[in-house]
Design a protein around this ligand. Sequence first.
Ligand code: NAP
Length: 495
Amino acid sequence: MSGTNPDPILCIDGTWRHASDGGTRDIINPADGSVVAVVDEASADDGRAAIAAGRGAFDESSWRDTTVAERSALLDRIADLLLRDRDEIARAETLDTGKTLRESHIDIDDVVSVFRYYAKLVAVESDRLVDVGDPTIVSRVVHEPVGVCVLIAPWNYPLLQIVWKIAPALAAGCTMVAKPSEVTPLSTIALIRLAEEAGVPPGVLNLIQGSGAVIGDALTDSPDVDMISFTGGASTGAHIAAVAAPHVTRVALELGGKNPHIVFADADRDAALDAVITGVFLHSGQVCSSGTRLIIEESIADEFVAALVPRAQAIRFGDGLDDASETGPLVSQSHRDKVEGYVALGISEGATLVTGGERPADDEFAKGSYFPPTILDNCDRSMRVVQEETFGPILTVERFASEREAIELGNDTSYGLAAGVRTADTARAERVARALRHGTVWINDFGVYTAAAEWGGFGKSGNGRELGPTGLAEYQEAKHIWTNTAPKEVGWFTA
Ligand code: NAP
């Protein structure tokens, strides 16, 4: 299959086309190393053409004058089409990422809820009247689209992450260039085709697929771009912010996380065991909000860790298309090498390997990039394996003696994306939740979100927010219109 890409997959100004320099990329199934598709790999010129298309559609077409009711209906139509093609897109997501079909289906249901949420939210948006204390003045704040947006997504939740951007950007009336991760483009290609079918006009939603290293700067170093929304690693985010700075482009960054899951001795034991396991090993740990740091009260720590081990060992990993698999492989062989390296690093730093840690020897896993659930005990906050994002199925365990120490440990990170606290004491839960410097805090729960509540990070986990009303505001400019209904001379100057 390698070398042929029958269907053009770059969408620029409503035309589907191949890369201008003929570049292609094999898309690999991480479950077995097979090539599942060959797609176009855009050049920097293609990136610039996509931005020009977005600029033209914003400045010259009637798109930005569409009513909120029209855009709301469009979002609902896209949601309907996603449901129609749910199984097909879920399968593409699983082939691309390795995640289980069950997870891929959940992702699609989630993105449908995001389209529905913004369809409703934008429909009720109205001008805000400001009382300036003078009946002759009408002061209004109106919301207008920010303009041309570059939307860049990572590989772990390809469809979900791009929809958290596309849905509010469309709702706001922006035009955009969407760039999925080069290794996981299939679900985004399907989405853009559905958006076209739903009636999104040419040039409004352009699709570029290609290596960030090759086309990234062409997309972000441009005076024609009004806003960049990026989800990915912290160093890439910092690079993009620096490249965009001379243009004073608005930049929203959703970056990594190193998320504490704090368990007090009075927490419901079985629910806590289940949540810790799910919180870190779901999608083989390739989740920005993965609960990778277990911070546990020392009085229960030994027994709790011992109880985690058989649960971790019982997790069935395998091909995401196999219904028996509970979690899939890592996204690539190179990513597995990185995760494996972190286990070795943790051990060299003094951690105790309790379970996992070695790639499976069985033949059935030989061609895929599998790595087992791994627990490292006796960790402390000075270790790199505790501080750096491993983005794999690695749980590190730290112990605390007091509430204050638990908070200190939970906040001892340069990141600040998400955290969990488990206790039966509601007052303590509230104190700890308020003290933690993280964008989301779950009390006696973990990993859940809703389209109506903001998502984003403190510290190096980024800036800006996705989802909720703030997620729409990111794509809007607030404009104040002041109308004097009874103009007369001000008389400040006498001349
Ligand atoms: P990444 O390497 O930073 O890549 C993210 C995206 O940026 C990809 O589309 C990538 O393209 C592109 N890119 C790379 N270099 C670029 C450049 N110079 N200019 C513009 N774009 C560029 O991150 P990843 O490995 O895909 O994703 C994992 C990271 O995402 C983790 O750190 C994870 O925590 C984070 N994440 C955060 C959230 C959140 O909500 N905060 C959610 C999900 C993931 P190519 O890959 O095509 O080269």
